[in-house]
Design a protein around this ligand. Sequence first.
Ligand code: AMP
Ligand code: GLY
Length: 428
Amino acid sequence: MRVLVVGSGGREHALVWKIAQSKKVGKIFCAPGNGGIKELAEIVNIKADDIDALLNFAKENKIDLTVAGPEVPLVKGIVDRFTEEGLRIFGPTKELAMLEGSKVFSKETMKRFGAPTADFKVFTDAAKAKEYLRKKGAPIVVKADGLAAGKGVVVAKTIEEAEDAIESMLVKKIFGSAGEKIILEDCLEGEEASILVFSDGKNIVPLVSSQDHKRIFDNDKGLNTGGMGVYSPAPVVSGEIFDEIIESSFRPIIDGFSKEGKFYKGVLYGGLMITKDGPMLLEFNVRFGDPETQAILPRLKSDLVDALTACIDGTLDKIDIQWDERPCLCVVLASGGYPGSYEKHKEIIGLIDVKKWEDVIVFHAGTAFEDGKIFTSGGRVLGVTGMGRDIKQAKLNAYSAIDRIKFKNMQYRKDIGDRAIKRLADSV
Ligand code: AMP
Ligand code: GLY
Protein backbone atom coordinates (compact mmCIF):
# COMPACT_ATOMS: atom_id res chain seq x y z
CA MET A 1 0.00 0.00 0.00
CA ARG A 2 1.20 3.52 -0.81
CA VAL A 3 0.17 6.16 1.72
CA LEU A 4 0.29 9.97 1.54
CA VAL A 5 0.20 11.97 4.78
CA VAL A 6 -0.56 15.69 4.40
CA GLY A 7 0.97 18.15 6.88
CA SER A 8 4.24 19.02 8.58
CA GLY A 9 3.78 19.03 12.36
CA GLY A 10 4.38 16.73 15.28
CA ARG A 11 0.96 15.21 14.65
CA GLU A 12 1.98 14.22 11.13
CA HIS A 13 5.29 12.76 12.37
CA ALA A 14 3.32 10.63 14.84
CA LEU A 15 0.91 9.55 12.07
CA VAL A 16 3.77 8.65 9.72
CA TRP A 17 5.62 6.82 12.54
CA LYS A 18 2.57 4.70 13.33
CA ILE A 19 1.59 4.08 9.70
CA ALA A 20 5.18 2.93 9.03
CA GLN A 21 4.63 0.10 11.54
CA SER A 22 1.83 -1.38 9.42
CA LYS A 23 2.77 -4.50 7.47
CA LYS A 24 0.30 -3.41 4.80
CA VAL A 25 2.29 -0.29 3.96
CA GLY A 26 5.12 -0.39 1.43
CA LYS A 27 5.81 3.30 0.95
CA ILE A 28 4.86 6.54 2.68
CA PHE A 29 4.97 10.05 1.24
CA CYS A 30 4.51 13.20 3.29
CA ALA A 31 3.66 16.67 1.95
CA PRO A 32 5.39 18.88 2.96
CA GLY A 33 6.79 16.96 6.01
CA ASN A 34 9.66 17.99 8.25
CA GLY A 35 13.20 17.06 9.26
CA GLY A 36 12.12 14.05 11.32
CA ILE A 37 9.48 12.68 8.97
CA LYS A 38 12.18 12.55 6.31
CA GLU A 39 13.61 9.42 7.94
CA LEU A 40 10.37 7.47 7.48
CA ALA A 41 8.71 8.93 4.41
CA GLU A 42 9.58 10.48 1.07
CA ILE A 43 9.16 14.23 1.40
CA VAL A 44 6.95 15.84 -1.25
CA ASN A 45 7.33 19.56 -1.74
CA ILE A 46 3.63 20.49 -1.84
CA LYS A 47 1.89 22.67 0.70
CA ALA A 48 -0.81 21.08 2.87
CA ASP A 49 -3.56 23.31 1.44
CA ASP A 50 -2.64 22.98 -2.25
CA ILE A 51 -5.40 20.54 -3.06
CA ASP A 52 -4.92 20.57 -6.87
CA ALA A 53 -1.25 19.70 -6.55
CA LEU A 54 -1.92 17.02 -3.89
CA LEU A 55 -4.59 15.47 -6.09
CA ASN A 56 -2.28 15.34 -9.12
CA PHE A 57 0.48 13.86 -6.98
CA ALA A 58 -1.82 11.18 -5.55
CA LYS A 59 -3.05 10.22 -9.03
CA GLU A 60 0.39 10.16 -10.62
CA ASN A 61 1.94 8.20 -7.75
CA LYS A 62 -0.90 5.71 -7.38
CA ILE A 63 -1.56 6.56 -3.74
CA ASP A 64 -3.87 4.01 -2.09
CA LEU A 65 -4.65 6.02 1.04
CA THR A 66 -4.33 9.73 1.90
CA VAL A 67 -4.52 11.08 5.45
CA ALA A 68 -4.93 14.84 5.90
CA GLY A 69 -3.43 16.05 9.19
CA PRO A 70 -4.47 19.72 9.47
CA GLU A 71 -7.95 21.24 9.28
CA VAL A 72 -7.38 23.65 6.39
CA PRO A 73 -7.36 21.08 3.55
CA LEU A 74 -10.36 19.30 5.11
CA VAL A 75 -12.36 22.52 5.38
CA LYS A 76 -11.35 23.35 1.78
CA GLY A 77 -12.84 20.05 0.64
CA ILE A 78 -9.86 17.76 0.02
CA VAL A 79 -11.97 14.69 0.85
CA ASP A 80 -14.68 15.58 -1.68
CA ARG A 81 -12.10 16.23 -4.42
CA PHE A 82 -10.16 13.00 -3.82
CA THR A 83 -13.32 10.91 -3.50
CA GLU A 84 -14.74 12.32 -6.77
CA GLU A 85 -11.57 11.09 -8.49
CA GLY A 86 -11.92 7.63 -6.96
CA LEU A 87 -9.07 8.08 -4.47
CA ARG A 88 -9.33 6.82 -0.91
CA ILE A 89 -8.86 9.50 1.72
CA PHE A 90 -9.41 9.59 5.48
CA GLY A 91 -11.50 12.47 6.83
CA PRO A 92 -14.92 14.13 6.66
CA THR A 93 -16.45 15.85 3.66
CA LYS A 94 -16.29 19.62 3.33
CA GLU A 95 -19.87 19.93 4.59
CA LEU A 96 -19.15 18.10 7.86
CA ALA A 97 -15.65 19.59 8.24
CA MET A 98 -17.60 22.78 8.99
CA LEU A 99 -17.86 21.40 12.53
CA GLU A 100 -14.38 22.92 12.79
CA GLY A 101 -14.57 25.44 9.94
CA SER A 102 -17.49 27.34 11.48
CA LYS A 103 -18.03 27.68 15.22
CA VAL A 104 -21.57 28.84 14.52
CA PHE A 105 -22.33 25.65 12.54
CA SER A 106 -20.64 23.62 15.28
CA LYS A 107 -22.54 25.16 18.18
CA GLU A 108 -25.84 25.03 16.28
CA THR A 109 -25.21 21.35 15.49
CA MET A 110 -24.51 20.60 19.18
CA LYS A 111 -27.73 22.38 20.14
CA ARG A 112 -29.81 20.77 17.37
CA PHE A 113 -28.71 17.26 18.34
CA GLY A 114 -28.81 17.88 22.10
CA ALA A 115 -25.11 17.60 22.94
CA PRO A 116 -24.22 19.56 26.13
CA THR A 117 -22.50 22.88 25.48
CA ALA A 118 -22.50 26.39 26.99
CA ASP A 119 -25.40 28.73 26.11
CA PHE A 120 -24.54 31.09 23.29
CA LYS A 121 -25.81 33.65 20.83
CA VAL A 122 -24.60 34.58 17.34
CA PHE A 123 -24.01 38.20 16.24
CA THR A 124 -22.99 40.07 13.12
CA ASP A 125 -23.69 43.52 14.55
CA ALA A 126 -21.36 44.99 17.19
CA ALA A 127 -24.00 47.18 18.85
CA LYS A 128 -26.34 44.21 19.34
CA ALA A 129 -23.46 42.07 20.63
CA LYS A 130 -22.53 44.76 23.17
CA GLU A 131 -26.13 45.14 24.29
CA TYR A 132 -26.26 41.35 24.96
CA LEU A 133 -22.89 41.57 26.72
CA ARG A 134 -24.18 44.24 29.10
CA LYS A 135 -27.14 42.01 29.95
CA LYS A 136 -24.98 38.92 30.46
CA GLY A 137 -21.95 40.49 32.17
CA ALA A 138 -18.45 39.02 32.45
CA PRO A 139 -16.71 36.62 32.40
CA ILE A 140 -17.87 35.72 28.89
CA VAL A 141 -16.29 34.07 25.87
CA VAL A 142 -16.09 35.79 22.47
CA LYS A 143 -15.42 33.53 19.46
CA ALA A 144 -14.85 34.31 15.80
CA ASP A 145 -16.91 31.99 13.59
CA GLY A 146 -14.26 30.87 11.09
CA LEU A 147 -10.74 29.43 11.19
CA ALA A 148 -8.35 31.84 12.91
CA ALA A 149 -5.29 29.62 13.47
CA GLY A 150 -6.23 29.08 17.12
CA LYS A 151 -6.43 32.82 17.90
CA GLY A 152 -10.16 33.36 17.44
CA VAL A 153 -11.29 32.76 21.03
CA VAL A 154 -11.14 35.38 23.79
CA VAL A 155 -12.06 34.34 27.31
CA ALA A 156 -12.91 37.83 28.60
CA LYS A 157 -12.70 38.39 32.34
CA THR A 158 -14.20 41.89 32.15
CA ILE A 159 -16.85 43.67 30.08
CA GLU A 160 -14.14 45.96 28.65
CA GLU A 161 -12.10 42.98 27.46
CA ALA A 162 -15.19 41.48 25.82
CA GLU A 163 -16.05 44.83 24.18
CA ASP A 164 -12.53 45.03 22.78
CA ALA A 165 -12.84 41.52 21.34
CA ILE A 166 -16.23 42.33 19.76
CA GLU A 167 -14.78 45.55 18.31
CA SER A 168 -11.68 43.78 16.93
CA MET A 169 -13.67 41.02 15.29
CA LEU A 170 -16.80 42.77 13.98
CA VAL A 171 -15.56 46.34 13.39
CA LYS A 172 -11.79 46.17 12.83
CA LYS A 173 -12.22 42.75 11.19
CA ILE A 174 -8.87 41.43 12.41
CA PHE A 175 -9.80 37.93 11.25
CA GLY A 176 -11.28 39.13 7.94
CA SER A 177 -14.27 37.06 6.84
CA ALA A 178 -13.59 34.49 9.61
CA GLY A 179 -14.85 37.13 12.07
CA GLU A 180 -17.93 38.34 10.17
CA LYS A 181 -20.03 36.36 12.61
CA ILE A 182 -19.16 35.98 16.26
CA ILE A 183 -20.43 33.94 19.17
CA LEU A 184 -20.91 35.20 22.70
CA GLU A 185 -20.86 32.19 24.97
CA ASP A 186 -21.22 31.54 28.70
CA CYS A 187 -17.90 30.99 30.40
CA LEU A 188 -17.44 27.49 31.82
CA GLU A 189 -15.22 26.50 34.71
CA GLY A 190 -13.45 23.21 35.17
CA GLU A 191 -10.64 21.09 33.79
CA GLU A 192 -10.31 20.53 30.04
CA ALA A 193 -9.84 17.22 28.25
CA SER A 194 -9.56 16.09 24.64
CA ILE A 195 -11.61 13.12 23.52
CA LEU A 196 -11.15 11.77 20.00
CA VAL A 197 -13.25 9.13 18.33
CA PHE A 198 -13.02 7.26 15.06
CA SER A 199 -16.27 7.26 13.14
CA ASP A 200 -17.31 5.54 9.92
CA GLY A 201 -20.56 7.50 9.76
CA LYS A 202 -22.49 5.00 11.88
CA ASN A 203 -20.14 3.31 14.32
CA ILE A 204 -17.99 5.09 16.89
CA VAL A 205 -14.73 3.78 18.33
CA PRO A 206 -13.18 6.08 20.96
CA LEU A 207 -9.46 6.65 21.16
CA VAL A 208 -7.87 6.98 24.60
CA SER A 209 -8.38 10.30 26.43
CA SER A 210 -5.75 13.02 26.72
CA GLN A 211 -5.18 16.46 28.17
CA ASP A 212 -3.46 19.28 26.29
CA HIS A 213 -1.66 22.25 27.93
CA LYS A 214 -2.43 25.29 25.79
CA ARG A 215 -0.70 28.09 27.71
CA ILE A 216 2.95 28.86 27.07
CA PHE A 217 4.14 28.92 30.71
CA ASP A 218 3.95 26.60 33.72
CA ASN A 219 0.75 26.62 35.79
CA ASP A 220 -1.24 27.68 32.71
CA LYS A 221 0.19 31.20 32.65
CA GLY A 222 0.84 33.34 29.58
CA LEU A 223 -0.53 33.28 26.07
CA ASN A 224 -2.40 30.48 24.35
CA THR A 225 -0.34 28.31 21.98
CA GLY A 226 -1.04 25.39 19.67
CA GLY A 227 -0.34 23.15 22.69
CA MET A 228 2.79 22.82 24.84
CA GLY A 229 2.41 19.30 26.11
CA VAL A 230 -0.05 16.50 26.64
CA TYR A 231 -0.58 13.29 28.51
CA SER A 232 -2.80 10.31 27.96
CA PRO A 233 -4.93 9.14 29.67
CA ALA A 234 -6.45 12.22 31.34
CA PRO A 235 -7.46 11.13 34.86
CA VAL A 236 -10.19 13.83 34.92
CA VAL A 237 -12.20 11.70 32.47
CA SER A 238 -11.96 8.36 34.22
CA GLY A 239 -14.29 5.43 33.33
CA GLU A 240 -17.83 6.63 33.86
CA ILE A 241 -17.29 10.22 32.74
CA PHE A 242 -15.56 8.96 29.60
CA ASP A 243 -18.53 6.76 28.71
CA GLU A 244 -20.92 9.60 29.45
CA ILE A 245 -19.01 11.88 27.07
CA ILE A 246 -19.17 9.34 24.24
CA GLU A 247 -22.92 8.85 24.72
CA SER A 248 -23.87 12.51 25.30
CA SER A 249 -21.42 14.43 23.12
CA PHE A 250 -20.49 12.15 20.20
CA ARG A 251 -23.31 9.62 19.69
CA PRO A 252 -26.01 12.28 19.10
CA ILE A 253 -23.84 14.07 16.54
CA ILE A 254 -22.86 10.99 14.50
CA ASP A 255 -26.40 9.53 14.71
CA GLY A 256 -28.06 12.88 14.04
CA PHE A 257 -26.08 13.40 10.84
CA SER A 258 -26.49 9.81 9.73
CA LYS A 259 -30.30 10.11 10.00
CA GLU A 260 -30.01 13.05 7.59
CA GLY A 261 -27.99 10.86 5.19
CA LYS A 262 -24.70 12.56 6.11
CA PHE A 263 -21.96 10.22 7.21
CA TYR A 264 -19.13 11.61 9.31
CA LYS A 265 -16.06 9.58 8.38
CA GLY A 266 -12.74 10.23 10.04
CA VAL A 267 -11.67 11.28 13.47
CA LEU A 268 -13.83 13.66 15.47
CA TYR A 269 -12.09 15.51 18.27
CA GLY A 270 -14.11 17.05 21.08
CA GLY A 271 -12.59 19.67 23.35
CA LEU A 272 -14.49 19.36 26.62
CA MET A 273 -14.72 21.21 29.89
CA ILE A 274 -15.38 18.89 32.81
CA THR A 275 -17.56 21.17 34.93
CA LYS A 276 -19.14 20.43 38.30
CA ASP A 277 -22.39 19.85 36.41
CA GLY A 278 -20.79 17.35 34.04
CA PRO A 279 -18.84 17.40 30.77
CA MET A 280 -19.65 20.17 28.29
CA LEU A 281 -18.39 20.51 24.72
CA LEU A 282 -16.22 23.56 23.98
CA GLU A 283 -15.51 22.75 20.36
CA PHE A 284 -15.15 20.09 17.71
CA ASN A 285 -12.13 19.57 15.53
CA VAL A 286 -12.37 17.34 12.48
CA ARG A 287 -8.83 15.94 12.62
CA PHE A 288 -6.29 14.48 15.00
CA GLY A 289 -5.09 16.86 17.74
CA ASP A 290 -1.62 18.30 17.91
CA PRO A 291 0.05 17.46 20.32
CA GLU A 292 -2.62 14.95 21.48
CA THR A 293 -1.73 12.53 18.69
CA GLN A 294 1.87 12.35 19.92
CA ALA A 295 0.64 10.92 23.27
CA ILE A 296 -2.20 8.81 21.85
CA LEU A 297 -0.62 6.89 18.98
CA PRO A 298 2.32 5.48 21.00
CA ARG A 299 -0.39 3.79 23.12
CA LEU A 300 -2.11 2.23 20.08
CA LYS A 301 -1.16 -1.43 19.82
CA SER A 302 -3.30 -2.19 16.75
CA ASP A 303 -2.57 -1.31 13.12
CA LEU A 304 -3.57 2.33 12.55
CA VAL A 305 -4.10 1.70 8.83
CA ASP A 306 -6.84 -0.84 9.64
CA ALA A 307 -8.65 1.78 11.71
CA LEU A 308 -8.27 4.48 9.05
CA THR A 309 -9.55 2.26 6.26
CA ALA A 310 -12.42 0.94 8.42
CA CYS A 311 -13.60 4.55 8.86
CA ILE A 312 -13.64 5.00 5.09
CA ASP A 313 -15.28 1.62 4.39
CA GLY A 314 -17.94 1.79 7.11
CA THR A 315 -16.55 -1.31 8.86
CA LEU A 316 -15.45 0.06 12.24
CA ASP A 317 -17.72 -2.49 13.94
CA LYS A 318 -15.57 -5.28 12.47
CA ILE A 319 -12.22 -4.25 13.91
CA ASP A 320 -10.75 -4.58 17.36
CA ILE A 321 -8.57 -1.71 18.55
CA GLN A 322 -6.16 -2.48 21.38
CA TRP A 323 -4.42 0.08 23.60
CA ASP A 324 -1.35 -0.07 25.79
CA GLU A 325 -2.38 0.50 29.41
CA ARG A 326 0.78 2.50 30.11
CA PRO A 327 0.46 6.29 30.15
CA CYS A 328 2.25 8.47 27.64
CA LEU A 329 3.39 12.07 28.07
CA CYS A 330 4.68 14.50 25.47
CA VAL A 331 6.50 17.79 26.18
CA VAL A 332 6.79 20.33 23.38
CA LEU A 333 10.15 22.08 22.96
CA ALA A 334 9.52 25.47 21.39
CA SER A 335 11.58 28.32 19.98
CA GLY A 336 12.19 31.20 22.41
CA GLY A 337 9.58 33.93 21.75
CA TYR A 338 6.85 31.53 20.59
CA PRO A 339 3.83 32.04 20.37
CA GLY A 340 5.04 35.54 19.39
CA SER A 341 7.90 36.08 16.97
CA TYR A 342 10.96 33.84 17.21
CA GLU A 343 14.22 33.13 15.41
CA LYS A 344 14.67 30.06 13.24
CA HIS A 345 17.60 28.00 12.00
CA LYS A 346 19.13 27.04 15.35
CA GLU A 347 21.00 23.74 15.25
CA ILE A 348 19.46 21.02 17.43
CA ILE A 349 21.87 18.73 19.23
CA GLY A 350 21.38 15.59 21.30
CA LEU A 351 18.78 13.90 19.12
CA ILE A 352 21.06 10.98 18.30
CA ASP A 353 21.76 10.38 22.02
CA VAL A 354 18.12 9.66 22.83
CA LYS A 355 17.21 7.84 19.64
CA LYS A 356 17.85 4.39 21.05
CA TRP A 357 16.29 5.06 24.44
CA GLU A 358 13.54 2.69 25.37
CA ASP A 359 10.17 4.32 26.01
CA VAL A 360 11.21 7.65 24.48
CA ILE A 361 10.20 8.91 21.04
CA VAL A 362 11.03 12.37 19.70
CA PHE A 363 8.47 13.66 17.23
CA HIS A 364 9.57 16.54 15.03
CA ALA A 365 7.39 19.58 14.28
CA GLY A 366 9.21 22.75 13.13
CA THR A 367 12.49 21.14 12.04
CA ALA A 368 14.45 21.06 8.80
CA PHE A 369 17.21 18.71 7.71
CA GLU A 370 20.27 20.34 6.09
CA ASP A 371 23.71 18.86 5.39
CA GLY A 372 23.23 16.02 7.84
CA LYS A 373 22.10 18.33 10.64
CA ILE A 374 18.70 19.21 12.10
CA PHE A 375 17.72 22.89 12.51
CA THR A 376 14.71 24.61 14.03
CA SER A 377 12.25 25.95 11.46
CA GLY A 378 9.10 26.77 13.43
CA GLY A 379 7.56 27.74 16.76
CA ARG A 380 6.86 24.29 18.12
CA VAL A 381 10.01 22.35 17.31
CA LEU A 382 9.96 18.89 18.93
CA GLY A 383 7.56 16.75 20.95
CA VAL A 384 9.60 14.67 23.35
CA THR A 385 7.45 11.74 24.33
CA GLY A 386 7.87 9.27 27.17
CA MET A 387 5.95 6.17 28.15
CA GLY A 388 6.05 4.57 31.58
CA ARG A 389 4.32 2.18 33.95
CA ASP A 390 2.65 5.24 35.46
CA ILE A 391 2.44 8.94 34.65
CA LYS A 392 5.39 9.77 36.94
CA GLN A 393 7.62 7.34 35.07
CA ALA A 394 6.39 8.63 31.69
CA LYS A 395 7.21 12.17 32.86
CA LEU A 396 10.65 11.14 34.08
CA ASN A 397 11.41 9.42 30.77
CA ALA A 398 10.35 12.46 28.71
CA TYR A 399 12.19 15.03 30.84
CA SER A 400 15.36 12.87 31.07
CA ALA A 401 15.49 12.88 27.28
CA ILE A 402 14.91 16.65 27.20
CA ASP A 403 18.00 17.08 29.40
CA ARG A 404 20.07 15.74 26.47
CA ILE A 405 18.49 17.90 23.76
CA LYS A 406 19.53 21.48 23.16
CA PHE A 407 19.05 24.37 20.78
CA LYS A 408 19.53 28.07 21.29
CA ASN A 409 16.62 29.82 23.10
CA MET A 410 14.78 26.52 23.66
CA GLN A 411 11.74 26.87 25.93
CA TYR A 412 9.39 24.27 27.38
CA ARG A 413 7.02 23.71 30.25
CA LYS A 414 8.37 21.86 33.28
CA ASP A 415 4.96 20.93 34.71
CA ILE A 416 3.45 18.61 32.10
CA GLY A 417 1.93 15.70 34.04
CA ASP A 418 1.80 17.43 37.43
CA ARG A 419 -1.94 17.96 37.37
CA ALA A 420 -2.55 14.27 36.61
CA ILE A 421 -0.07 13.16 39.27
CA LYS A 422 -1.78 15.38 41.86
CA ARG A 423 -5.27 14.23 40.88
CA LEU A 424 -4.26 10.58 41.11
CA ALA A 425 -2.57 11.17 44.50
CA ASP A 426 -5.67 13.03 45.82
CA SER A 427 -7.97 10.21 44.72
CA VAL A 428 -6.25 7.48 46.81
P1 AMP B 1 -12.10 26.54 21.40
O1 AMP B 1 -11.31 26.83 20.18
O2 AMP B 1 -13.56 26.81 21.28
O3 AMP B 1 -11.80 25.23 22.07
O4 AMP B 1 -11.51 27.56 22.49
C1 AMP B 1 -10.14 27.61 22.79
C2 AMP B 1 -9.97 27.63 24.28
O5 AMP B 1 -10.75 28.66 24.85
C3 AMP B 1 -10.48 26.35 24.96
O6 AMP B 1 -9.52 25.34 24.98
C4 AMP B 1 -10.79 26.88 26.35
O7 AMP B 1 -9.60 26.96 27.12
C5 AMP B 1 -11.29 28.25 26.09
N1 AMP B 1 -12.77 28.27 26.01
C6 AMP B 1 -13.54 28.12 24.90
N2 AMP B 1 -14.85 28.17 25.20
C7 AMP B 1 -14.93 28.37 26.52
C8 AMP B 1 -16.01 28.52 27.45
N3 AMP B 1 -17.28 28.49 27.05
N4 AMP B 1 -15.70 28.70 28.75
C9 AMP B 1 -14.42 28.75 29.18
N5 AMP B 1 -13.36 28.62 28.36
C10 AMP B 1 -13.60 28.44 27.05
N1 GLY C 1 -4.23 20.59 20.67
C1 GLY C 1 -5.21 21.43 20.13
C2 GLY C 1 -5.59 21.14 18.75
O1 GLY C 1 -5.10 20.21 18.12
O2 GLY C 1 -6.42 21.87 18.21
